[in-house]
Design a binder for this molecule. Sequence first.
Ligand code: HEM
Length: 418
Amino acid sequence: VAFSRRKFLVTGAAGAGVAAVGGAGLAAASIAGGDGDDGGDPLGADARGTVPFHGEHQAGIATEQQDRLLFASYHVTAEDRAGLAELLQDWTAAAARLTAGEDVGPPAPVPDAPATDTGEAEGLDPARLTLTFGFGPSLFDDRFGLARHRPEALADLPSFPGDELDPDHSGGDLCVQACSNDPQVAYHAIRNLTRIGRGRVLLRWTQIGFGRTSSTTSSQLTPRNLMGFKDGTNNLRAGTDQLDRSVWVPADGDPAWMRGGTYLVARRIRIFIEVWDRSPLADQEATIGRVRHTGAPLGGHAEHDPIDLDATGDDDKPVIPVDAHVRLANQDANDIFLLRRGYSFTDGIDRRTGQLDAGLFFLAFQRDPRHQFVPLQDSLARHDALNEYIQHVGSALFAIPPGVDSGTYLGQTLLDGA
Ligand code: HEM
């Protein structure tokens, strides 16, 4: 039985006969026109910040990017394919409830057993929570008999010049990307999924992202990354043909189980903040190829002005330097498009150097990394002026299976056919 966190509050208030219990949250919900608990009221559901879980594609990809991230990578310890399928069924059911703002299960009826749900999201709205699940290359070894179903596009990423990858922030059999505007809601989701997976998965690493570094819809304002620059100006936008072509595995794509799915490349990119902060503004702008304050391309005036790669200055030099990030990453010039959906992170101090361990947790969705992330990163790793200030320190790749409806589970297209 689905168990609503808010209904629990409402019932509790009525039961106790205290009109004011529930406080500001409840009052705000009724002003917004309903708490969405009676179902079928899309406005009410929206007011609570509920992103539909079911659909052709998984949510959390073309979904308008939320402000907070908790990303988790797991090692699967389930003994066989049946165990893996059961895990994915349990996770699918739990994800449907969590994204609707429900507990994974009601509090235990007996006080001497642990409660089904850990409780820290009680009374909180989902705040646009999405949970996006993926399969890493290592899932397709011989443990689950899946080797022959491994997509060719899920080829291990090559190592790129300058990579300093830490195995403690890399790889994984499974991933869950939890995005929400409320970090406690994202935390609660990963914590409970991990708990449900006990005995079948082990957490390998997690990454908290505290601020989005992209926009994924045309109505969203462009945020700034830790370098102080607007990031996401030229990102793919939801609802465009370009996104459809660049992100989703098409209806005739291979393997069949990935149709409607996509691939995720995650890179933990350290930014050497102290070095960046000591460099002159003009050098920073030449490095990115944009003006820090406005976000305009060098030579332009406004953020969304077109980038003129051919423009030259009085000195006959290109206005946008040959090694500027936006020149080398230019999607039209390269004919390589990515849906970027990354987050800023800060994880304390690097004890060896006393410098901040902070940067960009780069997340990019695409139809085939072999033709998108890999050639682009290969070029950036060799030539990008940004390399003076950044280092890739973690890396992971996942096949993101298609979305589900209420009768199916995540990964069913893979496991049923296997
Ligand atoms: C810490 C690392 C990085 C930082 C700080 C950074 C920052 C930026 C900024 C400020 C922009 C301009 C605004 C925009 O259009 O979004 C940009 C654009 C872009 N970046 Fe990055 N970026 C980083 C890494 C990467 C990586 C690893 C890739 C892909 C391999 C990448 C791909 C792109 C693309 C495709 C664009 C849009 C280019 C265009 O068509 O105008 N970036 N980045």
